[in-house]
Design a binder for this molecule. Structure first.
Ligand code: SF4
Length: 481
């Protein structure tokens, strides 16, 4: 068995030479730096839970390639049960971390590439699937964390990749030789990439023949020569040197995203899984996106469980827990959370095998689930703010609480019910503030694709002609010739 523990995962990051910049400086202590450590801790939970007898049923699985027990984050779904277990696993992990644990992006990229490389080979006579299976064996054997790299910077959104003034705004092939290819460009919003081992690069949109050099999928180590990561700011990142004001000091907020620049990066042929097959770029995007949208009722369901718990606690601490309007609002938060979860379970239960044998979710239901997240999480957070009160946004800092001169005033005037220590009330308020605002909220809107991307897929999958036919039959309107 080769499954890493959380601490083995963390130690393995120390051996990488990942080039990361933050606040205008190159980072030399990534693993121990408070800017990154919470995100690393969150990813480490996906490793530790594989070794916990209580959670291993969801987090481990038998590899269909080797028959060995592997971490589920490196698995290719072999049944609807696998798809359902994925969602349950994500909710379970999110309940522990209260935030993004990042590893699902690469998990979804592995699954999307597995089935699409098979279909490419069947249709075009290429030989990508066997090559990809070799890579998958390596991922399963080493239990590495793989980032999924899809989103290009995109430049002028009205232009295709090949029409951009700057050709680097979409990742593309600049050279091919007998050993491999050289790629150039950048990938944006890369969740968990600075604490991953490798990244799976995929095209970000459907392509035309003119865009063929942009139709590229490949695996690249995150510390390969020419790869530079520029870490994104979060709304609370200046709080990361403290404890209470961060809200969730151990696991952080959201995934820790970066802009990843690919400055003429060499990729050997054995790690190239699409190179010019523009006809399959769209299927790869849709398959990856649907897998990732499947997740959101799982991970956001788990995150919402924590928000609901924090909101119920603050109601207790404020002395309003028995008020009927508070109970109504918490009921609504539970209703919205379980509706999200139900969507993720439904798109998994309705999954189907692809020609490769790997299972794929119902794409319509997966997109519905993610579109619901873009609304319901905002409503869940709104209700949490409503119950918690404005002090979550106006609290003095942790330093003021500890200050000999003004600390006693903070202690005295921020107390709620007399039996609860002020610090406990402040801790829960900070947890709510950080989980329900700023970066965390925007991630629910745009993570796994912006709402319009889901609407496009919903319209495409919604089978409007069939619905019109149903109406025609009942209305007694004959079919047109
Ligand atoms: Fe996984 Fe959710 Fe984070 Fe996406 S947002 S990587 S599904 S935990």
């Amino acid at each position: 068995m080769v499954m890493k523990t959380g601490s083995e995962y963390i130690e393995s990051l120390r051996r990488l030479k990942t080039k990361v910049y933050a606040f205008g400086e190159q980072v030399t202590d990534l693993v121990d730096n408070p800017l990154f450590r919470p995100h690393i801790n969150a990813a480490a939970v996906t490793y530790d839970m594989a070794h916990d007898p209580v959670t291993e049923d969801l987090v481990t699985v038998t590899s269909h390639l080797t028959g060995k027990r592997i971490n589920r984050f490196t698995h290719i779904h072999q049944s609807t049960e696998d798809l359902v277990k994925k969602v349950k696993m994500l909710r379970m992990i999110a309940r522990r971390t209260g935030t993004c644990f990042q590893r699902c992006v690469g998990f979804d990229a592995l699954n999307a590439l597995y089935s699409v490389t098979y279909e490419m080979d069947q249709n075009l006579g290429t030989n990508y699937h066997e090559r990809f299976k070799e890579y998958l064996l390596y991922v399963q054997d080493t239990d590495i964390m793989v980032a999924g790299s899809m989103t290009d910077p995109k430049g002028d959104r009205s232009l295709r990749p090949s029409q951009q003034v700057d050709p680097d705004l979409y990742v593309h092939v600049v050279e091919k030789n007998e050993k491999g290819i050289v790629i150039r460009g950048a990938k944006a919003h890369q969740t968990g990439i600075v604490n991953s081992h490798e990244m799976l690069i995929m095209p970000t949109t459907a392509m035309t023949a003119e865009d063929a050099r942009y139709a590229v999928a490949c695996a690249v180590p995150v510390d390969a020569p020419g790869v530079i990561h520029i870490f994104g700011r979060q709304t609370n990142d200046s709080r990361k040197n403290g404890q209470i004001d961060q809200g969730n000091a151990r696991y952080g907020i959201v995934g820790g995203e970066a802009l990843t620049v690919l400055e003429n990066v060499f990729v050997p042929w054995e790690r190239v899984f699409m190179c010019g097959e523009w006809q399959f770029a769209g299927s790869l995007v849709e398959r990856f996106a649907s897998y990732h949208r499947q997740n959101y009722g799982g991970c956001k369901g788990g995150v919402s469980d924590v928000i609901i718990g924090a909101t119920a606690l603050i109601a207790d601490y404020n002395g309003i827990a028995k008020a009927s309007h508070v109970r109504d609002k918490i009921t609504e938060m539970i209703h919205l959370t379980e509706t999200l979860y139900a969507g993720s379970i439904a798109c998994s239960a309705e999954g189907r095998p692809t020609p490769s044998g790997a299972y794929f979710v119902d794409p319509l239901l997966a997109n519905i689930t993610k579109l619901n997240v873009t609304r319901f999480i905002y409503e869940i957070c709104r209700l949490s703010h409503d119950i918690a009160g404005g002090f979550i946004a106006t609290l003095p800092s942790e330093q003021d609480l500890r200050c000999p001169e003004v600390g006693p005033y903070v202690e005295k005037y921020f107390r709620g019910v007399a039996s609860v220590p002020t610090e406990d009330r402040i801790r829960v308020a900070r947890l709510i503030e950080n989980m329900t605002g700023g970066t965390a909220l925007a991630e629910s809107m745009h993570g796994a694709g912006s709402p319009q991307a889901q609407r496009v897929m919903i319209m495409r999958q919604g089978n409007l002609e069939q619905k019109k036919k149903l109406a025609r039959i009942l209305a007694g309107i004959p079919e047109k010739e």
